[in-house]
Design a binder for this molecule. Structure first.
Ligand SMILES: *Cc1c(COP(=O)(O)O)cnc(C)c1O
Length: 399
């Protein structure tokens, strides 16, 4: 361990505790008290960071965490202060199955080989494997085909004392887009059929679960005993369509215009902030920064901000990016450098060294959304969030 760095960082990511609490309340109310909320925290908690996010999730009462891989489960296990459950939805190396069973980690099982391996490890260690059977319903990614049910059942019967069937589950192929409407409906029907036949063959899972954020928000039938919520907990709609669907179906209408009220119940948890490092005025007719991509047509006041592509501010945002400073949105001018960029402060000449620069988030009544930041780089929210470099410090704030 190196010593913790005690000075002001070139930029920092703030996580809002109150925004997170209100997202969690919204989802709890939506799904109802009989449905458990598992927080999906793969990808370093969608870029929010485990160190800052896991304690915040425990504080609101979340006791179930879903991850993709063993590495992620391992990391979270060190951080948890509550007796919470961890569920791996994807990758586990075979030689780690013993650790998984010993530590009561729940695992998606989607192949006969893994089922067999889990059960025999459990049998030799004398501890029950916590299994979720994932079924293929039409996404065609991972999952048992329904036809393999008899084989699964006979294998489970053979190891009757060595497992807990924690779940029977599936995942939808794009519940966030109406273009997949029929495909998702078909998957819901397929899953119901699987639940029925597996119950008839004697499988009694603790929980049936299928829904990610988009499914839970858009298709009430998918909610079942547990929902696996990622993006919505962090305060984002999976797509603008999901928000539109929610606004229309919540039936709150403006009395005059009869239009749906566009109240956003989700609040962004994350903001990203830096500060002004230096300011100067450039004479009309001069080029600004590297090369000739920006010509000052008039006398221009600029500020240097210590953020560049080394810290996740894409070079694609050269002459395109927006930031907020002095309460106003302004533009990135010239090429984004490795560690620095220049912004136009001609309209806010009072801006001085040390003033806050918002890259993602709010200042006064202005906001830069992850979406607007992403659109310019052709990325979806999910990708922009997880690409925020891990070495930017995350700090939790109360408001
Ligand atoms: C990522 C993931 C989720 C959560 O998806 P969101 O859209 O972020 O809510 C749920 N289930 C599985 C299997 C996933 O991989």
């Amino acid at each position: 361990m190196t010593n913790p760095y005690p000075f002001e960082a070139t930029s920092r990511i703030e996580l809002s505790t109150s925004a997170f609490q209100s997202n969690y309340r919204f989802i709890k109310e939506l799904v109802g008290s009989k449905t458990m909320v598992s927080a999906v925290v793969k990808g370093n908690a969608y870029g929010h960071s485990y160190d800052a996010f896991i304690p915040m999730a425990e504080d609101v009462g979340i006791r179930h965490f879903s991850v993709f891989s063993l590495e992620e489960a391992w990391q979270i296990k060190q951080l948890l202060k509550t007796p919470s459950d961890i569920m791996i939805m994807g990758s586990v190396p075979d030689n780690a199955l013993e650790w998984v069973v010993q530590n009561d980690i729940e695992v998606f099982v989607f192949e006969p080989e893994r089922l067999k391996a889990m059960l025999s490890v459990a049998h030799t260690t004398g501890r029950k494997a916590r299994i979720h059977l994932e079924f293929e319903t039409g996404m065609n990614r991972t999952g048992f085909d329904p036809e393999s049910l008899p084989d699964i059942v006979s294998m489970l019967t053979e190891y009757n004392d060595d497992y807990i069937l924690e779940g029977v589950c599936t995942h939808y192929a794009g519940a966030e887009s109406s273009s997949n409407f029929l495909r998702v409906r078909k998957q819901i029907q397929n899953f119901k059929q699987i639940a029925k036949s597996s119950a008839m063959m004697g499988l009694k899972p603790v929980k049936y679960h299928t829904a990610c954020s988009a499914a839970a928000l858009t298709y009430p039938a998918t909610r079942m005993d547990m929902v696996r919520i990622g993006i919505a907990l962090y305060g984002y709609w999976p797509t603008p369509e999901t928000f539109m669907h929610h606004s229309i179906s919540s039936r709150k209408h403006d009395t005059d215009s009869k239009e749906p009220v566009l109240e956003d119940p989700l609040r962004r948890v994350l903001s990203w902030k830096s500060h002004v490092m230096s300011t100067k005025t450039v004479r009309a007719g001069e080029f600004i920064g590297y090369g000739t991509s920006y010509l000052a047509g008039v006398s221009t006041k600029i500020a240097a901000v210590p953020i560049g592509y080394a810290y996740g501010f894409s070079r694609n945002l050269s002459n395109l990016g927006r930031v907020i400073v002095g309460g106003k949105r302004t533009s990135v001018i010239g090429v984004v450098n490795m560690n620095m960029m220049l912004i136009d402060i001609t309209e806010t000449p009072q801006v001085k060294r040390g003033d806050e620069v918002v890259l993602i988030g709010k200042q006064g009544d202005q906001e830069i959304s992850v979406a607007s930041f992403s659109e310019m780089t052709q990325r979806v929210n999910y990708e922009t969030l997880v690409r925020l470099p891990q070495n930017i410090p995350r700090v939790r704030i109360d408001q």
